[in-house]
Every structure is written in C-alpha cells, then in structure tokens.
Write a protein of this length. Sequence first.
Length: 224
Amino acid sequence: MLKILVLATTNKNKVAEFKEITKDFDIELRSLSDFGPIPQAVEDGETFDENAYKKAHHVAKILGLPAIADDSGLVVEALGGAPGVHSARYAGESAGDDDNVAKLLDEMHGKSDRNAYFMCVLSIAVPSGPALTYEGRCDGRIIDERRGEGGFGYDPIFYYEELEKTFAELPMEEKNKISHRGKALADLRNEFGSVIKWLNIRLQEEKPEKPDHSQFMNNDWSDN
C-alpha cells in the first residue's frame, strides 16, 4: 500500500501546494529536501510531457518510491513555440528571469502576432515506469514592456486578456485560479483518490525489493 509519495523538487512553494492536495489522504509527502544528493535527471526531452516524465521516473527509480514531477514553460506562436522547454534557460544556462525576459522582448520586436500560452505538465511515475499525466494551459499575449511587481519568470510580459492584467499584476491567489499550474493541480486534486488507487495497483504488481534510503537521508540537496 502507498505510504510515501516523493515530490521531485526542493521548491518550498511547490511542496506547500502539493501538501494541500494530499492533506486528506493517508500518505506521507516527501520532497528531495528529505533525501541526500541523487543524480539529476537529464531533461533533454522535446516536450513538457517528456521532461516531466523523465524527472518523475528518474526519482522513482532511484528511490524505489512513486514520484511526481512537473515541467512547464512559455510557448510563443510567432517564435515557432520558443522558448518552450527551454524557458528557464532561454538566454543561457546561467540566465536569470530578467535575462530571459529581455531576450524574449528582443525576439518579439516588430512582430504583430503576440499570442502565447503557458503550459504545465504533471507526471506521476512508479519505479517500473508507468505514469499518469495531468496538463494545464493558460492563453494570453506577450506585451512589449514589463508590467507588475509580482510573480516570476515571464509573468511581467504575459498579459491575460480576461482580467486585463499581466500575471505579475495579479495577486497570487487570483493567478493560481487561472494559471497553467493552477489548472493542472486542480485536475489532480479532483482525481487524487483515483490516483492513489492506481498507484496501489501498480505497486502491488511490481512488488519491488525494499530500497535502502539511508544513503540519501539528509538535507544536503540544493534545487536548481
């Protein structure tokens, strides 16, 4: 029977979100902060789906426990789908949010098609490989200058037309109701009981040997 579910991140905000989802279920949610360093997954997929699965299955296989991971980013139609899966490192491997936004604004200069959308994919995998997938999408437009002080990433230039504000101008609670991550998490929350049943069936089928977690149990992991 499922007792532990690993969230493949050390991001405290993500951990808080998932703890809210799982609070009514008899499972223990852990993050990578509860384990010592493990090799990082190679995120070389061409889609958000592929990378979310790579991360979830990588952690599940190493720890011998079911794991959940997400991958998300911005898709801009006029740029052929860029930055897409490279959203976090669009301006280079060591680039920050300001660098990525600056590059995107430069690439969008003079383009009339400003349509874009944020995409989020959640993947829940067991050690042997099978996984469940949840997706969320939020459509908007890219404006030509930053607006708002909140949010992160591309939020200051992603304009949500229904509310006539950028994501960076929206309170976090309001943003979470309509964002790509918010939609994916809402679908997962509504079906989490079924997810637990699916995981239990898969775990009973594979009956893995009990892994030794002692080598991983410390808090010496740093998130990227």
